[in-house]
Structures are given as structure tokens and as C-alpha cells.
Ligand binder design. Structure first.
Ligand code: G
Ligand code: G
Ligand code: MN
Length: 489
């Protein structure tokens, strides 16, 4: 039926628009409020990693312009393993109090021109203009004395171990990332050598590189035989994602075809096991590391094979489990897989769930920047289940959001879902992000999504997850039809 000639439908539209506006206003307020929140660490009230980046750039700029070029020193202070122990074993108020006290002890020693940041739960960063050599040594003496005083609680005292790594601008690096990287290398060395502090020197870099190389070879020695056998039980399915530019009648014009890789476990006695069941087990046992590595290599090699066979322009997306996402490993694995095959990283999308991003936005931002640096596309999976994370979206280098299946299921019947999806479409457009709807099962839902401005679809209506050769057959059929896809009746 034509909605325009139906007064009831028009009435509905007006109500919908009004609610949409109110919803947008609420969201804007929430964005502002949360933005303020993420630039300050809740436990200590100190500025976070986001502020550090800005202020370090500013300090470098000022130091460059000043005639004496005395520069500044950057200190990374890390709380030792016993802080982690306290956090895990004693109730959370205790560890929060320790952080708060640590922040106070540091702040009390600073001059007005100094800067302090609380960058990770167990890490603080200081920027100290013109403080080097003897002056810095005397500051460190006072700092370490303060930090090694016991924290006193009723019934017990605890001394938190700390280690400090230092680098100088401009002696140890001219730009933000090398200054921080070198201070980080130095703090790593201080922890390893059980020294209270270490000043960066180039030999540390060499030692760190050698250690990583040796680590890699021991991992390879143990992992390689395991990886070679993973394909015997794990299989990968490819679910098509269609990116479209028109809908005429029931025919979509397809601009691009991508696939989401979904893993299944073909268990020798229990049959097919779905990832919801075994990915958490792989995480608990730590085996997600080799499994994740295998997945990344499989997907990169698959892309390379398709490119070689002339099937160009296909994109693949891969789900990263929270542990994989936060491990130092994943970005490295992507890099070596990409380097060894020469594929275009722009054809690879990494999907991370919304909750995984939201749990620790600062840490997530650091990881995302690493992936972005490799040229990978980044997508937020299962989006819409936690509205609070909207405010972070523009802080992260994201490319795509995937609307959670929950909102799509009843799109034709449920007005609330339509309101939410409509807001998501406008937010994605405002932030310049691609938007894809997952779990599209009905043509009616796809038509509503099209009307709202969503142009990319995944779900049983388009296709179930397919074996690799069936996915290619699906893609070839669409290509043979002049990139048209007719919705099933
Ligand atoms: O296909 P489906 O039922 O299988 O997937 C269920 C869930 O498992 C989805 O949330 C999906 O994101 C996740 N999943 C599927 N494949 C992978 C994978 O290769 N790695 C990770 N970490 N999660 C996956
Ligand atoms: O959470 P993740 O987004 O990665 O979800 C992928 C999961 O969704 C897989 O389990 C896949 O099998 C499933 N899936 C894909 N399309 C549909 C659909 O149209 N309906 C339903 N119910 N599930 C779907
Ligand atoms: Mn997914």
C-alpha cells in the first residue's frame, strides 16, 4: 500500500520524526558528556592517553620554537606486578585508592610547567621541560622515595613496586611516537633488570629487537607443526555482504561483494561445533593465539589466491575475539601475512565487537591505530546494543559499523527498532562511516533499510555462510548478471 495516501501511516511518520529528533538531542548531550569523561581517568582525575597525544605534540612544537632547545624529558612510570596481584585479590576499592594516592604523590612533586597523564590503569606518563641529567636524577630520587612509601590500609600495608623509563627530546627522538616508544623500551628494560629507572640508549633498542627475534623463533618452532594441522578440523565459511547502489523493484545493483569469514569446528566425534561455543574455550585456554594466527593467515592467503585467479575487488572481513584484539600479536601477524603475500590491506576488514571497544576505550584506541597503520579497514560488530559508546566513535579510526541483528529481525513490525536504526544511519553518515545491516532475513526489512539510506546488507536473505568455492560461484553468478542481484521471493 502507498503510505502517502494513508492518514494513519502519515500520523505514524510524524510521531516517528518527533521521537527521532528527541532521540538525537539526547544522543548529542550524551556524546558531550562522555567526551569529557574519556579525556579524564575516573580513578585519578588525571588526563588520559588522548590528552597525552595532543599535549606532547604541543610541547614538541614549543620546544622546537624556543631558541635554547633545552627540550624536555618523557617518563613512563609503570606499577609492578604486585599492583596487579592486589587488584586481582583484594576488593577493588583498595586498588583504586592506590592509584589515587600514586597520582597525588606524583602530582605533589611537579612544577606548574610539568605534565602528568594516567595512560593505562597501571601506567603514568610525565613530561618535564628542561629537566635532564643531574636535575632529573635529583627529581627521580624524590619521586622514587615517595612512590616506595607503603600504602596503609586497616589491617595491612602494601608497597607497590614501580619502574621508570626515560627518554629525552630531542636526543632520543624528534617526534611523539619515537619519544614514547623509546621511553617504553627503557621502562621494559628497567622491569627486566629490576632497576628503579633506566634512561634510554640505542643499545636497548638492539637488545629488544634481538629478544623479539628469539621469541619469534621459539614460537615458530612450537607453533608451526600445530598450525599445519589446524585445517584438519577447522573449516571456514564465507557469508556474502553486498554493497549496493540501487534498488529497482526487487533488483539490487551491486557495487561490491565482500565476505565475512565464519569459523566452524568439525569435531571428529561431536560433529559441527559453532564458534559461540568454542571461541570462549579457546580464549580460556590461551589457544586463541595459534587459532587466531591461523585464521589471519588463512584469510590473507585466500585473498591472495583470489587475486591471483583474477577474482579481484573482493573484500574479506574477519572477526577478532577480544583477547586477540588486545594481544600485541594480532597486528604483527597481519603485517607479516600481508607482507609475505603482497595483498592490498584495504580489502581486509577487521571486525571487533562494540563491547570489546568500550571496555577500555584508551587501550582500544591504541590497538586500532596499529591496525589502521597497516592499512586495514576497521568495523564495529554487533553495534547498537550499548548506546553509550557512540561518543567514542569519532575518536577511533573506524571505517564501518554493523548494526546488530537484533534491530533488523523485527524491523518491519517494530517501530522502536526503526527509530534506532534510523538514528544509526544518520550517525554513520554524519561520521563518514560505512554502515551494514547484518541478519537481514526478509525482503521487507531490506526495503525499509534501503529507504532509510542503508546500502549494505548481509543475512540469510542474501545468502547463508558458504564454503569458499560456493562463495566464488555466488559472486560469479552476480558478476555474470551484470552485477545485479534479484531478491528471492
Ligand atoms: O557464524 P555464526 O554462528 O557462526 O558465528 C557466531 C559468532 O561467532 C559470531 O558472533 C561471530 O562473530 C563469531 N565468529 C565467527 N567466526 C569467528 C572467528 O573466526 N573468530 C572469532 N573470534 N569469532 C568468530
Ligand atoms: O556476531 P557475528 O556478527 O559476527 O554474527 C555472525 C553470525 O550471524 C553467524 O553466526 C551467522 O551464521 C549469523 N547470521 C548471518 N546471517 C544471519 C541471518 O540472516 N539471521 C540470523 N538469525 N543469523 C544470521
Ligand atoms: Mn561479525
Amino acid at each position: 500500500m502507498d503510505d502517502a495516501s494513508n492518514p494513519e501511516a502519515r500520523e505514524n511518520d510524524v510521531v516517528e520524526t518527533r521521537e527521532l529528533r528527541a532521540e538525537n538531542r539526547r544522543l548529542t548531550q550524551k556524546v558531550a558528556e562522555l567526551e569529557r569523561k574519556i579525556s579524564l581517568q575516573p580513578q585519578t582525575g588525571l588526563p588520559t592517553h588522548f590528552r597525552l597525544e595532543l599535549e606532547l605534540d604541543e610541547m614538541i612544537e614549543q620546544a622546537r620554537e624556543s631558541s635554547d632547545r633545552k627540550g624536555f624529558s618523557a617518563l613512563i612510570i609503570q606499577l609492578g606486578d604486585n599492583y596487579r596481584m592486589v587488584r586481582k585479590t583484594v576488593k577493588s576499592g583498595v586498588s583504586e585508592w592506590i592509584l589515587y594516592q600514586t597520582a597525588c604523590r606524583i602530582t605533589a612533586l611537579l612544577r606548574p610547567i610539568d605534565r602528568v597523564f594516567h595512560t593505562h590503569e597501571n601506567e603514568f606518563v610525565l613530561l618535564l621541560p628542561e629537566l635532564k641529567g643531574q636535575l632529573l636524577a635529583s627529581f627521580l630520587g624524590k619521586l622514587l622515595a615517595r612512590l616506595s612509601e607503603p600504602h596503609i590500609f586497616s589491617g595491612f600495608n602494601v608497597v607497590i613496586q614501580t619502574a621508570v623509563g626515560i627518554s629525552y627530546w630531542p636526543e632520543h627522538g624528534e617526534d611523539r611516537s619515537s619519544i614514547l616508544h623509546h621511553a617504553d623500551i627503557a621502562v621494559g628494560a628497567a622491569i627486566e633488570e629490576r632497576k628503579p629507572y633506566i634512561l634510554f640508549k640505542p643499545e636497548l633498542l638492539q637488545a629488544a629487537v634481538e629478544k623479539v627475534e628469539l621469541q619469534n623463533s621459539i614460537i615458530r618452532a612450537i607453533e608451526k607443526p600445530v598450525m599445519e594441522r589446524l585445517g584438519e578440523q577447522f573449516v571456514l565459511h564465507y557469508q556474502p555482504k553486498l554493497l549496493c547502489s540501487s534498488l529497482e523493484g526487487r533488483t539490487l545493483r551491486v557495487d561490491r561483494i565482500e565476505a565475512e569469514i565464519l569459523i566452524r569446528w568439525n569435531h571428529p566425534t561431536k560433529g559441527l561445533i559453532m564458534p559461540d561455543t568454542f571461541i570462549p574455550l579457546a580464549e580460556e585456554t590461551g589457544l586463541i593465539v595459534p587459532l587466531g594466527k591461523w585464521l589471519i593467515y588463512q584469510c590473507v592467503q585466500r585473498l591472495a589466491a583470489w587475486e591471483k585467479a583474477g577474482k579481484t575487488g573482493i573484500g574479506i572481513s574477519l572477526n577478532l575475539s577480544p583477547q586477540q584484539f588486545h594481544s600485541d600479536d594480532a597486528a604483527q601477524v597481519f603485517k607479516s601475512a600481508i607482507d609475505s603475500t603482497g595483498i592490498d590491506p584495504g580489502n581486509l576488514t577487521v571486525e571487533i565487537t562494540e563491547t570489546c571497544l568500550f571496555e577500555d576505550p584508551c587501550a582500544a584506541a591504541v590497538m586500532l591505530e596499529r591496525f589502521e597503520g597497516l592499512g586495514l579497514r576497521l568495523s564495529v560488530d554487533d553495534f547498537g546494543t550499548g548506546f553509550s559508546s557512540l561518543s567514542h566513535l569519532h575518536r577511533f579510526p573506524l571505517d564501518e559499523i554493523k548494526i546488530d541483528r537484533l534491530f533488523i529481525e523485527h524491523l518491519d513490525a517494530n517501530r522502536q527498532d526503526r527509530i534506532i536504526v534510523r538514528s544509526l544511519v544518520s550517525i554513520a553518515r554524519g561520521l563518514g562511516l560505512s554502515l551494514i545491516a547484518e541478519g537481514v532475513e526478509k525482503a521487507e526489512a531490506l526495503e525499509i533499510l534501503w529507504e532509510m539510506g542503508c546500502r549494505a546488507y548481509q543475512g540469510y536473505l542474501i545468502s547463508k555462510p558458504l564454503a569458499a568455492q560456493d562463495f566464488i560461484a555466488f559472486r560469479d553468478r552476480i558478476a555474470a548478471d551484470g552485477f545485479k542481484f534479484r531478491l528471492p521471493d
